[in-house]
Write a protein that binds this ligand. Structure first.
Ligand code: ATP
Ligand code: MG
Length: 261
């Protein structure tokens, strides 16, 4: 990103593209990953590339649900690793929960590449020091974050093919799953298992967005540090009632108001 100044109006968007194209070169992504990102970018344009009030509320609700979980897991695909690995590892360290690699187009090469990238990032996060407001032994907290997925021992019921593979220490037995950029079929299959699904999806009209327990309509790189801060600072009270449909409608209204301008 040498040539793009920080003041560039598209800086964050360009940085996201740069991270994804590098990740593609490094073998972390399926061919369709850049298309999925492009669909997200279009919706983000309509959000004014900012975290709207309804997304802010959804992030806070998500932090409460995750803190209140018996067994939380953070599920990542290639895009999530490319865009937000460091903050997602920090979130896992604060929650003391595992991260599971769970990809749609599963190949051994991509699983190994993603696992290595996450292990490298875990070292960097450990050495980078504790996030603001966090007290305790950060290096131990980060070392406790296990990276699952490469050796699946279970299957998500009612889901076809290799994308159903998962780990009993992670997704299979979790009660709360935080999963950025989830696919609609898998979201539905996991909801049917009785799990609480927290998703990040810029498209408020997607099947995932409509099916999840809590949908954060925001860009992953932008929302991850806010979630981290809420996980650190919010008190672990039981989460209040949540009307996900109403929250989605509010996000959609923000987008529609942009169109009217
Ligand atoms: P569904 O399977 O839920 O019906 P879909 O098939 O349209 O949705 P997928 O390709 O399965 O979409 O998933 C990608 C989703 O992730 C898209 O809805 C897109 O808007 C969203 N997305 C892509 N990049 C980002 C990002 N950086 N931050 C947040 N959301 C994103
Ligand atoms: Mg899909």
């Amino acid at each position: 990103m040498g040539e793009v100044p920080l003041s560039h109006p598209r800086y964050n968007s360009l940085m996201g593209r740069e991270l994804l194209t590098e990740a593609a070169t490094d073998g972390l992504l399926a061919d369709s990953a850049l298309i999925a990102h492009g669909r997200g970018e279009a919706y983000d344009y309509l959000l004014g590339e900012a975290t709207c009030e309804s997304a802010r509320a959804a992030i806070k609700q998500s932090a409460l649900v995750m803190k209140h979980a018996k067994r939380c897991v953070i599920s990542v695909n290639g895009n999530a690793v490319a865009l937000a690995a460091a903050d997602l590892i920090r979130c896992a360290a604060v929650l003391q929960c595992p991260i599971e690699i769970n990809i749609y187009y599963r190949t051994p090469e991509r699983m190994t590449a993603l696992n290595s990238r996450l292990e490298k990032m875990r070292n960097e996060v450990s050495e980078g020091g504790a996030p603001t407001g966090w007290n305790g032994d950060w290096q131990t907290a980060v070392a406790n974050v296990t990276i699952l997925g490469i050796h699946p021992d279970s299957k998500i019921p009612n889901l076809e093919g290799p994308r159903a593979n998962c780990c009993s220490d992670g997704i299979l037995n979790a009660d709360v799953i935080f999963v950025p950029l989830e696919d609609g079929d898998r979201c539905e299959a996991l909801m049917k298992m009785g799990k609480k699904m927290i998703v990040v999806d810029l498209n408020p009209l997607s099947r995932t967005a409509k099916k999840a327990t809590v949908t954060i309509v925001d860009e992953l790189m932008r929302m991850a540090p806010i979630l981290l801060s809420d996980l650190i600072n919010e008190i672990s009270n039981a989460p209040p009632e949540w009307d996900n449909k109403a929250n989605l409608d509010d996000s959609l209204a923000v987008m529609l108001s942009q169109l009217g301008k």
